[in-house]
Design a protein around this ligand. Structure first.
Ligand code: ZN
Length: 330
């Protein structure tokens, strides 16, 4: 399954998302409103266009831009009162694009077949829509005692996403396994399938509350995740060792959505590097590394593969090419 790429960094580059830079220290997890998804209601056309780009690059899933869309995080950005509207509009918009583009593709096929005097027999599949749910940042700000508050916020967002009609959830960019467990319990309570991906920083050896990738994979699978893995923070090459650890620890499909930024031996996390958030162009990796990652997916047992921050449609096109080339080699 080919996922999509990163929305917030790309839309920040296009001028539609606030990074918080210049106002506060970004990347601490304690900031006010950086990288929140109000673009869904303020500049819906910009978001629609990026969805279209990912679809046409080969994405089979569109993530509704509901990342950092809990009331807790939106409150700090001044959008708390819009929590319902942002989550609902983001899902509606992704669904619209998926429907319109699949109809457009079907029309192209129909015309091509008609020219040859044939009826078009193909069913053009519509992309699935995933609701993105991430950490509340309460754990970073207030510690583990805040997990019950996180539970209320995550449960609320998942209810909103379910009502808006997502096909499944992607629980992503969680730093603490404890908060991921809360999110998986909320997803199960709502009856929605969930892909679960942790983010590891500053090193890939342990998540913030001290669990190895193997432990995370096992716990997430035991809590019912349909696929487990990692997203964000590292480039594909840097992420691979942790994915292998997860692969060895569980039988459920693996999911990987790495960043398109180069990290260092000392710091495996681009949000902890001085280039974040205003000099990211200096650590951008080439799309060819996503061709290679696509080629490696089958060999490494990664069933769900996409990108995160820094990964625009060119990278998804590269990924799709890598996957295609590797299946032709077989
Ligand atoms: Zn990311």
């Amino acid at each position: 399954m080919i996922g999509d790429g990163g929305y917030l960094i790309e839309l920040e580059r296009r001028g539609y998302v606030d990074s918080g830079s210049g106002r506060e220290k970004v990347g601490t997890g304690r900031g006010s409103g950086q990288f929140t998804p109000e673009v869904a209601i303020e500049n819906p056309d910009a978001l629609r266009e990026l969805h279209r780009e990912f679809l046409n690059a080969g994405s089979q899933v569109l993530q509704a831009l509901t990342f950092f869309g809990t009331r807790e995080k939106l409150n700090r950005a001044g959008y708390g009162a819009d929590t319902e509207r942002i989550n609902f509009e983001a899902v509606k918009l992704a669904k619209q694009v998926a429907r319109d583009e699949s109809e457009r593709h079907a029309e192209v096929f129909r015309e091509a077949f008609a020219k040859e005097g044939m009826n078009h027999p193909l069913q053009v599949n519509r992309a699935l829509i995933a609701g993105s749910v991430s950490r509340t940042q309460l754990t970073e700000r207030e510690g583990m005692a805040s997990l019950d508050k996180s539970r209320d916020h995550i449960a609320e967002q998942i209810r909103l996403l379910k009502d808006a009609g997502v096909d499944f959830l992607i629980l992503e960019t969680f730093f603490h396994l404890a908060e991921m467990k809360v999110a998986l319990e909320c997803a199960a309570a709502a009856g929605l399938p969930a892909v679960a991906t942790m983010s590891f920083r500053p090193l890939i050896t342990k998540c913030t509350d001290g669990h190895t990738p193997a432990e995370c994979a096992k716990v997430m699978a035991d809590l019912g995740a349909v696929a487990v893995g990692a997203n964000c923070e590292q480039d594909p090459q840097r992420m691979l060792p942790l994915l292998r650890e997860m692969r060895a620890a569980t039988k459920v499909p693996l999911a990987a959505q790495p960043a398109a930024f180069r990290t260092t031996e000392a710091c495996h996390s681009f949000t902890r590097l001085p280039a974040f958030p205003d000099d990211l162009e200096t650590i951008q990796i080439s799309r060819n590394e996503f061709v290679e990652f696509g080629k490696a997916a089958r060999r490494e047992g990664i069933g769900y593969i996409g990108g995160c921050c820094g990964c625009n449609a060119a990278y998804i096109r590269a990924l799709a090419r890598g996957i295609k080339e590797s299946s032709q080699d077989q």
